[in-house]
Design a protein around this ligand. Structure first.
Ligand SMILES: Cc1ncc(COP(=O)(O)O)c(C=O)c1O
Length: 359
C-alpha cells in the first residue's frame, strides 16, 4: 500500500493520559485530570434527564440537519439558523473547512504555538502552512497580515488562544479584517468564548454583517461540559455554510449530542455559574502562583500556561505521582511550561500545594 504523499508529514494526534489509566498504573484512588480544558462542574442536570428520556431512540438515525439545535443556537445569538453548521466537535468543522478551501497550491496562515488541528488539517490537504509566532502569548495579527499572498486561502485566529489563553481585541481584529482580501476566509476559533471577561473581546458574530469572509467556531465541549458527546458548531454567512454542507457527513452530529446540547443551551444559569466559578478559581490560583514567584501567561480562558524551570517530563511525572494530570509544555511546543485547566478551588489549591513541594 502506498500512503498518499501529503499524509506523510501529518503527525498522529497523541491523546493525554486518562484518569482510569493513571489510577491503574499508579494505584491511586484519587486522580484529577486538568489536561484537556474540560469543565470541572460537568454539564447541566437537564442534560442527564434528557439523555435518559432519549435512550429509547438509539435505533433511529439522528436528524441529519440538526434543525432543533440550530434553531436554539440561532435564538441564543439572534441569527438565522441557515448561518450555522453542526460538527462532531468543532474539530470536524476545521476538517471540513480545510477540505473545501485548501489544496496543494494554497496557503494557510496561523500562529505558533496554537491549537494544532489547523495545521494538521492543512497538511492533510497538501497545503502550505505559514506560522507567525505569538507575541506575549497573543496572535500577532500585523505579522499575519504581512504574510498574506495570492495563495492564502484560510487564516486561523484562535481567540482566546490555546495554549496561552491570550486574546485579540475587537479593535485589533477589525483592523486586521480591513487588510484581508474578501476571498480569504478568516476563521476565528472561539472554543473558550464563554469564559472571557475582558470587555475588549470581539463580538465576532456581529462583525459578520460587514465581513462576509468571517467564520466563528464554538463548541459544547468546554463550558457546556459535553466533551464526550462531540458537538460543536460553525457560524458564517450562508454561502460559506452551503459550501461546508457539501462535505458534511450525513449524520455527523449524533442524536444524544444534539438533544444534550439543546438542554445545555437552555440552561444559561449553569453557564453563568461555571463562568463565575472559573473566574474566582483562576484568581485564587494566579494569586498563589504570584506568591510562589512563578510566572504564567495571563489567560482569558479556563486554563493557564505556567512557566517552570524543571525538565518537562519530570514535572509531569511529579504531578502524576500526586494524582494530577497536566499537559506538558513540550507536547504543546513550548518546553519549560505546562498547561493546567482551571478546576475547582479545591483542585487548584492541590496544584499549588504540589508546586510548593517542587520549589
Ligand atoms: C482552541 C480549540 N479549538 C477547538 C477544539 C476542539 O473542540 P471540540 O471538542 O469541539 O472538537 C479545542 C479543544 O480542546 C480547542 O482547544
Amino acid at each position: 500500500m502506498k500512503l498518499n504523499e501529503q499524509y506523510k508529514n501529518v503527525p498522529i494526534y497523541l491523546p493525554g493520559k486518562s484518569i482510569k489509566e493513571v489510577q491503574e498504573q499508579l494505584g491511586l484512588e484519587q486522580v484529577i485530570k486538568l489536561a484537556s480544558n474540560e469543565n470541572p462542574y460537568g454539564a447541566s442536570r437537564k442534560v442527564n434527564e434528557r439523555i435518559n428520556e432519549e435512550l429509547a431512540y438509539l435505533s433511529i438515525y439522528p436528524d441529519g440537519s440538526g434543525k432543533k439545535l440550530k434553531e436554539k443556537i440561532a435564538d441564543l445569538y439572534g441569527i438565522d439558523d441557515k448561518q450555522i453548521i453542526l460538527g462532531n466537535g468543532s474539530d470536524e468543522i476545521i476538517q471540513y473547512l480545510s477540505r473545501i478551501y485548501l489544496n496543494s497550491d494554497s496557503e494557510v496562515i496561523t500562529s505558533i504555538p496554537t491549537f494544532p488541528m489547523y495545521k494538521t488539517n492543512a497538511l492533510m490537504e497538501g497545503a502550505h502552512v505559514v506560522e507567525a509566532p505569538l507575541v506575549d502569548g497573543r496572535f500577532d495579527l500585523d505579522k499575519m497580515a504581512e504574510a498574506i499572498t495570492e495563495r492564502t486561502a484560510i487564516i486561523w485566529v484562535c481567540n482566546p488562544n490555546n495554549p496561552t489563553g491570550g486574546i485579540v481585541s475587537e479593535e485589533e481584529l477589525v483592523h486586521f479584517l480591513e487588510k484581508v482580501p474578501s476571498h480569504i476566509l478568516v476563521a476565528v476559533d472561539e472554543a473558550y468564548y464563554e469564559y472571557v471577561t475582558d470587555k475588549s473581546y470581539p463580538n465576532t458574530i456581529s462583525l459578520m454583517s460587514k465581513y462576509a469572509n468571517l467564520l466563528v467556531l464554538r463548541t459544547f465541549s468546554k463550558i457546556y461540559g459535553l466533551a464526550a458527546l462531540r458537538i460543536g458548531y460553525g457560524i458564517a454567512n450562508e454561502k460559506v455554510i452551503q459550501d461546508l454542507l457539501r462535505v458534511k457527513e450525513p449524520f455527523n452530529a449524533n442524536h444524544l449530542a444534539q438533544v444534550s446540547a439543546e438542554e445545555a443551551i437552555s440552561d444559561q444559569e449553569f453557564v453563568q455559574f461555571c463562568k463565575e466559578m472559573n473566574t474566582e478559581s483562576k484568581r485564587i490560583f494566579l494569586k498563589g502562583l504570584e506568591e510562589l514567584g512563578i510566572d504564567y501567561f495571563p489567560s482569558e480562558s479556563n486554563f493557564v500556561l505556567v512557566k517552570h524551570k524543571m525538565d518537562d517530563d519530570q514535572l509531569f511525572q511529579y504531578f502524576l505521582n500526586n494524582g494530577v494530570i497536566i499537559r506538558s509544555g513540550h507536547k504543546l511546543g513550548i518546553p519549560g511550561t505546562f498547561r493546567v485547566t482551571i478546576g475547582s478551588i479545591e483542585q487548584m489549591n492541590q496544584v499549588l500545594k504540589i508546586l510548593k513541594q517542587i520549589i
